[in-house]
Design a binder for this molecule. Structure first.
Ligand code: UDP
Length: 333
């Protein structure tokens, strides 16, 4: 099978690409390298540098390669940024997704996996969050994913597109000591905490300690990036039966920001200074997944559910590559 992976040079996308090529799949990565890294892309995959805002560029990928299925990771993905830059999300994210869906259908690629998000559930009316929980996005980011999920729903009904929307809770950890998370600027909790442990930052600022949670800091469900990758591969195989599906992906365990920092202190053995700051706009107090549906239907069984293991894999990557992919051996051009 030939699979197009947009955003395949990014953190989660490149991890899925590695797993796909390991399983012998033919992979084409389409990435504008604005957030991704050439060196993160498995050598066995074909890398096309291009931008989804350019409808002709993505059409040409489908003309050149015989694509069967699409995995769409390329996206702006930051809740906080989406509150200050809504059009990057309400316009760009949606337009890029639509350009991709149109090109895919025009060229007969009728299987589609969408990276979606727990931010679909801004103020959840139940916890843990199931696929039946009311969708009410917490930010323009969540809204952009809701719209793309709805477009896929209609393309399934009108054009025979079969899709899986995978709602990630908090992706974390590293796929290996030479393959991890490298954002610029970094905004995510675990890598920032580890940069403090490495002495690259002075402190971690906790965004608010007056939430309605046991210790007042936000609670999230952290999931290892390799477990996310397995879920994508299971979902891709499942689409062969022609049934579209949505799944929540998390471990069902909630950890507060304070607990993450404390676990990182234990894992790294380093002092990690922390102080309380203002709340970050758009942050819900608590997001914990009920992933019972994908476990039951596809047999998904996370290998790294423990927070200490997740942080420990990320720590190995950060220690080996304090400057991220700049210090990874170059991928052949
Ligand atoms: N967070 C924090 N300080 C930081 C970065 C994040 O307190 O420097 C908090 C953030 O408010 C959220 C949690 O850590 O409650 C996880 O944030 P992250 O950005 O990693 O993921 P998100 O939940 O936004 O997808």
């Amino acid at each position: 099978m030939s699979i197009l992976v947009t955003g395949g040079a990014g953190y989660i996308g490149s991890t899925v690409v590695r797993e796909l090529v390991r399983q012998g799949e033919d992979v084409v990565v389409f990435d504008n390298l604005s957030q991704g890294h050439r060196r993160a892309v498995a050598e066995e995959a074909t890398l096309v540098v291009g931008d989804l805002r350019d409808a002709d560029a993505i059409q040409s990928v489908f003309r050149t390669h015989d694509i069967d299925a699409v995995m769409h990771f390329a996206s702006h993905t930051l809740v906080g940024e989406s509150m200050s830059e809504p059009f990057l999300y309400l316009d760009t994210n949606i337009r890029c997704g639509l350009n991709l869906m149109k090109a895919a259908l025009e060229h007969g690629a009728d299987r589609f996996i969408l990276s979606s998000t727990a931010n679909l559930f801004g103020l959840p009316d139940e916890m843990p969050i199931t696929e039946e929980t009311t969708i009410d996005p917490g930010s323009p980011y969540g809204e952009s994913k809701r719209v793309l999920e709805r477009y896929l729903y209609w393309l399934d009904r009108t054009r025979g597109m079969t899709f899986a929307a995978l709602r990630y809770f908090n992706a974390a950890g590293a796929a290996g000591p030479n393959h991890g998370e490298d954002h610029d600027p970094e905004t995510h909790l675990i890598p920032i905490v580890l940069e403090v442990a490495l002495g690259q930052r002075e402190e971690i600022v906790i965004f608010g300690d007056d939430y309605d949670t046991p210790d007042g800091t936000c609670v999230r469900d952290y999931i290892h990036v390799l477990d996310l990758a397995q879920a994508h591969i299971l979902a891709l195989r499942a689409l062969e039966d022609g049934t579209s599906r949505v799944y929540n992906l998390g471990n069902g365990n909630g950890y507060s920001v304070r607990e993450v920092i404390e676990t990182a202190r234990t894992v790294t053995g380093r002092d990690i200074p922390a102080r309380i700051g203002e709340r970050r706009p758009g942050d819900p107090a608590k997001l914990i997944a009920d992933a019972g549906r994908i476990r039951g239907e596809l047999g998904w069984d996370p290998e790294y559910p423990a927070l200490a293991d997740i942080i420990s894999t990320a720590w190995k990557w950060h220690v080996n590559h304090p400057d991220g992919y700049d210090s990874v051996d170059a991928r052949p051009a």
